[in-house]
Design a protein around this ligand. Structure first.
Ligand code: FAD
Ligand code: DLZ
Ligand code: SF4
Length: 507
């Protein structure tokens, strides 16, 4: 049958379900750059360059593989600005008799796909996205009869299902999780790996010019753009990671160092999420390195846990929670996002490092997102929806299904504990333990009040006090509340006054 097959920017996989069994001779693939997608948040310029260039390269790959691809550029005069508008125009152009699409990655786009059967007078087939290990039905059935949804138990099921790092029914190494061996602080090391830099070719340069002229006011720099934009180059970065960074990934997963944005992380999330890399193939390649004796178990298990554990789990939570998840605000946090989240201009060194490298690279690693920018937002009571929009805009790997549960759930506890068992709230002591940031900061991490005191310290206690009614019964918060209770009243008053003064200045 002559079908129109729309492919979105996060569906750049050769094995996409909508392509299976289709007749290349009669079907037409539609790929479209549309305002609707470039404008739903003010995306970082590098994120846009990455996605649009990867789309253009993927279209060429598909053509080389024998497909007919109709590609609509953002600058095309007739571009309607929306997926639905582009499909209507393409149906006219190609006289197709059916529409076949892989399901959307997020609620906003799902609502649009669900409107297509009424909108168009040809049959619409929506196929499941089989690039994930866990189906929607499996996740729903996993949630049934559980009082709490916890990643660790879900992860064990994914290990069993995939057979990754398993010996029959038992986990490799005799335990499921080597998390306790993932928390070493790092020292500067001249042999530290750096991700590969892919110099922009003519196609990417064209996209850079377009993005620089159309989105001049958006965050970011494109001068140093170096992401891979093809399957081959993404695989090169995958191999580079396996050979050079994976061996120490486990040890230093939670570490942070001034001027070192990447450490031993993979920098593969943009490629996995847009479809250039296959997450299961990547995990199998990690397992091969382990069995070859090239990487320790805390690295292999730690990495695989992130991909088949956390990544699959947050997707499950996203679809389980429904579109109203976005409105959650369990801690009633209302403060607007401070301007420095967009500029990096703050005298708190940890924040200026995490935000500065975000502006430069459209990348920050997990602990920077969770324990620096996320932790500050949580302690300061920033509005979780604004925080969510920021994360969705600024990272090259950000799509709502993966970003929202991480920011709103894990980092802001706005879902009241659906995803995480306790808020990830920490004072300066944690940041000092896991990084060298405090040694470069004008604030003193050891002081709790006074002009030089690290703001995270009083903000932490202000957070504890402010949310006592909501959090004191959480068994995992017993220790901080015991410490708060034991504190002298005068200290409590001084800490809260110091924090409130800081917050007033924040605006
Ligand atoms: P590595 O540290 O090398 O980890 C390997 C892979 O594991 C990643 O590529 C990713 O695919 C997966 N992974 C690790 N942690 C998570 C997680 N918590 N959720 C999902 N996948 C995970 N990840 C995104 O892909 N997109 C987002 O928009 C996103 N937003 C986040 C927002 C916040 C507030 C937080 C705390 C985390 C967010 N994450 C997001 C998760 C994580 O920070 C990134 O996946 C990771 O930093 C990507 O860098 P990397 O590829 O070098 O990861
Ligand atoms: C993020 C993004 C951007 C910036 N632009 C486009 C685009 O012009 N066309 C497109 O197909 N996809 C784009 N994307 C990725 C989409 O937002 C993502 O694929 C949808 O959310 C579908 O889930
Ligand atoms: Fe951040 Fe406080 Fe350390 Fe400064 S002293 S880097 S503000 S944690």
């Amino acid at each position: 049958m002559a079908s129109l097959i729309p492919i979105f920017g996060d569906q750049l996989s050769h094995g996409l379900s909508s392509l299976a069994g289709q007749d290349k001779k009669v079907c037409v693939i539609l790929m479209a750059e549309v305002d609707e997608e470039t404008e739903y948040v003010p995306h970082h310029k590098s994120k846009m360059v990455y996605i649009l260039s990867a789309m253009r390269h993927h279209a060429e790959d598909l053509r080389s593989a024998g497909w007919t691809v109709d590609y609509v550029k953002l600058t095309d005069a007739e571009n309607s600005g929306s997926f639905t508008g582009e499909i209507a125009r393409a149906i006219e152009r190609h006289k197709v008799s059916a529409l076949c699409v892989t399901e959307a990655g997020e609620w906003r786009v799902k609502a649009m796909l669900d409107s297509w059967p009424d909108r168009f007078d040809i049959p619409v087939e929506i196929r499941p996205d089989d690039r994930f290990l866990c189906t929607h039905a499996e996740f729903e059935s996993w949630t049934k009869d559980r009082k709490q949804l916890r990643m660790e138990f879900f992860y064990r099921d994914m290990r069993r299902k995939s057979g990754l790092m398993m010996n029959g029914d038992t986990p490799e190494g005799g335990q499921w999780n080597f998390d306790a061996e993932n928390r070493k602080p790092a020292k500067r090391d001249l042999a530290m790996p750096k991700p590969l830099h892919f110099a922009p070719n003519a196609v990417t340069q064209d996209v850079i010019r377009m993005v620089e002229s159309r989105f001049a006011g958006n965050m970011g720099e494109t001068a140093k753009f170096g992401f891979a934009v093809t399957h081959e180059d993404a695989l090169r970065q995958q191999k580079h990671f396996l050979d050079h960074a994976l061996p120490s990934f486990g040890d230093y997963q939670d570490a942070m160092l001034t001027g070192e944005p990447f450490l031993w992380h993979s920098i593969l999330s943009p490629y996995i999420n847009s479809g250039l890399l296959d997450p299961l193939e990547l995990c199998r390649a990690v397992e091969v390195q382990y069995h070859a004796g090239k990487v320790p178990i805390n690295a292999a298990e730690g990495f695989i846990r992130q991909v088949i554990g956390w990544r699959e789990y947050v997707r499950g939570i996203y679809w389980h929670a429904g579109p109203e998840y976005l409105e959650s605000n369990a801690l009633a946090a209302m403060r607007p996002l401070p301007e420095f989240y967009w500029t990096g201009k703050t005298d708190m060194h940890c924040l200026s490092q995490a935000i500065g490298q975000t502006i430069e690279h459209s990348y920050a690693h997990h602990i920077q997102r969770l324990m620096i920018t996320g932790n500050f937002a949580l302690l300061a009571g920033l509005n979780p929806k604004e925080v969510h929009k920021w994360y969705l805009a600024v990272y090259a790997d950000a799509y709502e299904w993966v970003e929202l549960p991480n920011s709103l759930g894990m980092s802001q506890f706005a879902d009241g504990g659906m995803l995480a068992s306790k808020p990830y709230a920490a004072s300066g002591a944690y940041i000092n333990r896991m990084s060298d940031y405090c040694t470069h900061c004008s604030y003193d991490v050891k002081q709790r009040t006074g002009p030089e005191a690290c703001p995270f310290n009083s903000l932490y206690w202000e957070f504890i006090a402010r949310n006592e009614g909501k959090l004191c019964k959480n068994p995992r918060m017993a220790m901080p509340y015991k410490n708060w209770e034991r504190m002298a009243d005068a200290d409590k008053v001084a800490l809260r006054a110091h924090a409130q003064q800081f917050l007033e200045k924040l605006g």
